[in-house]
Design a protein around this ligand. Structure first.
Ligand code: ADP
Ligand code: MG
Length: 250
């Protein structure tokens, strides 16, 4: 019955999400319609249109197309059953790749990236693409929260039978009220946000039987922590698993 419950839950959230997406695409479509009309008027009726105006209208079309694209992509990611392929592998390589990938853009935004990744972490069962997607969503949010630059720390640690990854920023932080809502689909405080980024991160962590927690302080910054269970086989390799001896007395 647990599975059934989950399916009903999924269906309900799918309907809510679909209604949300329909609502979300209305604004970009309206904006595109208006600016296309303005361009059309100038061409068809040969009304005067400065090059600057034309450029502005085209920029709006461009932005709104991008926005529609992220609404649809985020939506699909959020509702689609994930094709999760867990593989035993080293986190270090994935984290290094993510750091190298985001560092140029962070620097462009005057954000310094601090890599604080413990060496000789145990291997984990994870889906590399999904983990990268989750980290990208969190890093993007962190960057958005540091409009005037700052510091982003990516930390990875072994903590007992868990590996934790922390994404720490020195950005705006969140009020308690905001903090309560951030995992709700479509909750956003941004003019151009989809409010689905953290919904996707949450879903990805569930696929990994992991967890996500967040602490934040207004005006100081935010810390998201992802935790992953260390697989049994790797625990034994680490030697920190209590050894149980079963003696058969036949
Ligand atoms: P979006 O980024 O499209 O708004 P998300 O689901 O990624 O959607 O985030 C939801 C909201 O959570 C954001 O609009 C923002 O208010 C808040 N948030 C998330 N991460 C951070 C962060 N690192 N610092 C401050 N606020 C954040
Ligand atoms: Mg986001």
């Amino acid at each position: 019955s647990e599975a059934r419950l989950r399916r009903t839950e999924n269906l309900a959230s799918m309907t809510t999400m679909a209604a949300g997406v329909a609502h979300e695409i209305k604004n970009p479509l309206a904006a595109m319609g208006i600016h296309l009309q303005l361009l059309k008027k100038a061409f068809v009726r040969k009304t005067s249109l400065t090059l600057d105006d034309a450029q502005r209208y085209i920029d709006v079309l461009d932005e709104e197309i991008n926005r529609l694209n992220s609404i649809v992509v985020d939506f699909l990611f959020a509702v689609r059953p994930m094709d999760t392929r867990l593989r035993l592998g080293s986190l270090e390589k994935t984290l290094k790749e993510i750091c190298n990938f985001v560092e140029p853009e962070l620097n462009e935004h005057k954000v310094t990236l601090v890599r604080d990744i413990a060496t000789s972490l145990p291997r984990l069962e994870f889906d590399e693409n999904l983990l990268k997607q989750a980290l990208l969503n969190l890093i993007k949010n962190a960057m958005n929260a540091m409009e005037n630059g700052g510091m982003l720390t990516l930390q990875a640690r072994l903590d007992g039978n868990l590996v934790s990854i922390k994404i720490v920023d020195t950005g705006t932080g969140m009020s308690d009220e905001t903090l309560l809502k951030i995992f709700e689909p479509y909750f956003t405080t941004k003019a151009t946000g989809t409010g689905l980024g953290l919904t996707v991160v949450y879903k990805i962590m569930k696929e990994h039987k992991g967890d996500i927690t967040v602490t934040s302080k207004l005006g100081e910054g935010t810390c998201f922590t992802l935790t992953f269970p260390v697989p049994r086989t790797e625990r034994l390799a680490l030697g920190n698993e209590p050894v149980t001896c079963v003696a058969s007395s036949i």
